[in-house]
Design a protein around this ligand. Sequence first.
Ligand SMILES: [Zn+2]
Length: 67
Amino acid sequence: MAQMDEPGYLPHGNPCAQCGKPIAAPDWIERSPGRWSYLWTCRACGYRFEAIAFYDEAKREQKAMAA
Ligand SMILES: [Zn+2]
């Protein structure tokens, strides 16, 4: 089982930036402090693009402390 520290959601069904067809899941995910990068490859037209999700580390820590 994957033990990834997810930013709260995992994007899926992201529409292709070129042809608009939904892509089931990102090809590749890169985790960096404060952000996640998702590499999407469209199976329909072959278009590749990256989407970046930013999140606030400090907010996550505050939430953890309050819990
Ligand atoms: Zn496409």
